[in-house]
Design a protein around this ligand. Sequence first.
Ligand code: THU
Length: 150
Amino acid sequence: MEPLKKDGMEALYQALLQRAIEAREQAYCPYSGFAVGAALLCADGTVYPGCNIECASLSPGNCAERTALFRAVSDGKREFLAIAVAGGPAGKEPEEYCPPCGVCRQVMREFCGPDFEILLTDGTNQKRYTLAELLPVSFGPEQLDQPKKR
Ligand code: THU
């Protein structure tokens, strides 16, 4: 858990967090009332937003992070640098950090390297983690001893 560094990336990270906050506006969350937005930064500079999408039968629902990742992958993107996430009760500004769930961390592990960065905001402050910090000793494509098909 470390604060954003005062380096050249700071403005970019701020912009990415802002995109995540904006993506919350599209959240479809009538069952939990918890709106999450994500903004995924690709290596080519493209940003893919995503929101959580719920379902009356509950289990098919999708998190904001995976919505962003799946949008990008389905668009042919394969190299990712960072994702920003913001979440909290719908209709209000976020007041707590919203760390990615375990399933989303595993999907990040599929497509992102250990230095992939996860940016969080509680609406006032920011925190930054690497994927290796949030998913240590992980299982990934290498364990299956098969080259990634890109
Ligand atoms: N959710 C996300 O979209 N991302 C997270 O990181 C945590 C949880 C969603 C899933 C569900 O629609 C709602 O938040 C409450 O769990």
